[in-house]
Design a protein around this ligand. Structure first.
Ligand code: TPP
Length: 582
């Protein structure tokens, strides 16, 4: 894209704070900004529009803009820019910022703020400026860094730091709060604090620890790799495949790690943890060497008994974040502070000099567990099973490059169980750490903007869809070709299941009235298909997912389906529950 209009700025001396923000965007080759407008962000929007070719993407709410930015960042691998106005714009932005923090997504967030003269500061009053809110304190616990620029001469260097911090090391959101008078203030660029270019180098995999791990792998009889979002973040798919395939090591994945290794490969164990399969969890539990790569060993992956993650065996962990290693939830026998890609390449070199592990018997054992504990697809019912819906969609797009987004709930788990992932060809975007309903639709929009050639499918529960359903308008307005598959069970079913399991009833989560989502889609101008029976479902999916233009597929699915098996609190990984809550 040509950024020719930006040269106009160079001639303007002195310049305004808003020009300096734009200049930082251009220095970092920002091509799109995701925003929801308001008065205190208007000066920067004006500059972007008049003096650059950067595209302003404006969904219908701050959450919509935030999640579109996250989808865009995940797919491009670049830092995305998300801008909101002060006050309610900021408070609405909190949730996507938290998502970026917990799921390591590089994001620069520009928040408008009242002028410095209108700020409450340390006064014991609630508010001085209209739409004033304490952005710094609100964002501090959910951002890698938060800046408030009160001196225009520091603005350019603060922006530089923001981009550096967002994208370096373990990525995340960085917030820059911009008071109105700083955006509109003027300065001679020569008077600005110089912009310091920062760089960092990923920690080198320590040779002695790599050697130790290589020896452990060589001697292991039952090794398992648990690949997490860190493998996806650094694009180390090939290194992981080399390690697993060359040395016969089965691979399981966390939700953010799905696709790091192909779901349908013989050594794949798919999703692990509370919602994974019994065979994946069995393999972790019975392993003699569990190797976590770019994963937090979160409660959701290893259960509530961290000291009993493996029955008898060693645990090694490779991570870029030293604090994660120092404060590992699961006790470690070996920690390796390194970038996953570099560490796996070093590990392969070290393993080449050692006898390969003998894992044939282990692989046979895992095949036996796969046969004994197949993924359940529920009892027959009149309405289609959600698992079958996802499997039908999976078959309909076989061979295509596909990006999948989800909401949060049962459907979020059925997707990695029944849809095949294989990055970078088939990628899953989902809200993992923060687990936010409403991530689904806007993240799909951002993903499609990032990669227009890919097929983008948004699997969404009826509850999650209604969190950001207004983004159907953005889809139409921008002509975005995404396919939306609504799994409508008239329930907030994962919570309903939890309630029934514990208290035998499901107040406020079951038997929800829902509108005809297909009719709603048509009202927005989106083609829609309704599915109420398994008969002909495969053909409907083949048509809906492969035609041109956005389509919403409204599937009425069996409300009597539990997410099973499930790893409940207080149980070890070999002991998932199959007990229905109904
Ligand atoms: C913003 C937000 N509010 C509340 C929750 C708690 N919650 C998790 S899943 C869920 C129900 C989701 O329902 P639906 O999207 O229909 O998915 P289903 O479980 O039926 O597949 C709720 C209420 C959440 N994760 N996010």
């Amino acid at each position: 894209m040509s950024l020719a209009k930006t040269e106009i700025r160079a001639a303007a001396v002195p310049c305004e704070g808003a020009d300096l923000v734009l200049e930082a965007f251009l220095r970092h080759q920002i091509k799109k900004v995701f925003i929801f407008p308001g008065g205190t962000i208007a000066p920067i929007l004006d500059r972007i529009e008049k003096r650059s070719s950067i595209e302003i993407v404006c969904p219908r709410t701050e959450q919509g803009a935030g999640y579109a930015a996250l989808g865009y960042a995940r797919i491009t691998g670049e830092t995305a820019v998300f801008m909101v106005t002060s006050g309610p714009g900021v408070t609405n932005a909190v949730t996507p910022v938290a998502d970026a923090y917990y799921d390591n997504i590089p994001l620069v967030v520009i928040t408008g703020q009242v002028g410095t003269g209108d700020m409450r500061g340390d006064l014991p009053v609630r508010q001085r400026g209209f739409q004033e809110v304490d952005t710094v304190d609100l964002m501090r616990p959910i951002a890698k860094a938060v800046f408030q620029v009160t001196d225009i001469s520091e603005l350019s260097d603060v922006m530089e730091q923001a981009f550096f911090l967002a994208g370096s090391g373990r990525p995340g959101p960085v917030v820059v709060d911009m008071p109105m008078n700083v955006q509109r203030g003027t300065i001679d660029p020569a008077a600005c604090r110089p912009v310091v270019k920062r760089s960092d180098a990923a920690p080198l995999a320590p040779a002695d620890k790599i050697e130790t791990l290589a020896q452990w792998i060589s001697a292991a009889e039952r090794p398992v790799i648990l690949a997490g979002g860190g493998v996806m973040g650094c694009g180390a798919y090939q290194e992981l495949r080399t390690l697993a395939d060359k040395y016969g090591i089965p691979v399981t994945m966390s939700m953010p790690g799905m696709g790091a290794y192909p779901s349908d490969a013989p050594l794949s164990l798919g999703l692990c943890g509370y919602a994974g399969s019994q065979y994946a969890n069995m393999a972790m539990y019975k392993s003699d060497l569990l190797i976590g790569i770019g994963t937090t060993f979160h409660l959701r992956q290893t259960g509530s008994l961290p000291a009993k993650t493996v029955e008898q065996g060693r645990i090694a962990r490779i991570d870029l974040d030293i604090n994660e290693l120092r404060h590992s939830r699961v006790p470690l026998d070996l920690d390796i502070h390194a970038d996953a890609k570099a560490a796996m390449a070093s590990l392969d070199r070290a393993l080449q000099k050692l006898p390969a592990p003998r894992t044939a018997a282990w692989q046979d054992q895992i095949a036996a567990w796969k046969a004994k504990y197949p993924l359940l697809t529920g009892k027959p019912s009149l309405l289609p099973k959600p698992q079958d819906v996802i499997a039908a969609a999976n078959s309909a797009v076989r061979g295509k490059k596909v990006i999948v987004t989800t909401g949060v709930g049962q459907h979020q788990v059925w997707v990695p169980r029944h849809f095949d992932f294989d990055a970078p060809q088939r990628v899953l975007l989902t809200s993992s750490g923060h687990g936010t309903m409403g991530f689904d639709l806007p993240a799909a929009i951002g993903a499609k903007i990032a990669e227009p050639q890919a097929s983008v499918i948004c699997f969404v529960g009826d509850g999650s869809l209604q969190m950001n359903i207004q983004e159907l308008a953005t889809i139409v307005e921008r002509g975005i070709d995404i396919k939306i598959v609504v799994l409508d069970n008239h329930a907030l079913s994962i919570v309903a299941q939890f309630q029934r399991q514990n208290w035998k009833s499901h107040p406020s989560t079951g038997e929800k009235y829902n509108p005809d989502f297909a009719a709603i889609a048509r009202a927005y101008g989106i083609a829609a298909v309704s599915i109420t029976s398994s008969e002909g479902m495969a053909d409907k999916f083949r048509f809906a997912l492969n035609c041109k233009g956005p389509v919403l597929v409204h599937c009425q699915v069996d409300p009597g389906e539990d997410l099973l098996p499930m790893l409940l609190g207080g149980h070890t990984l070999d002991d998932m529950s199959n007990e229905t809550s109904f």
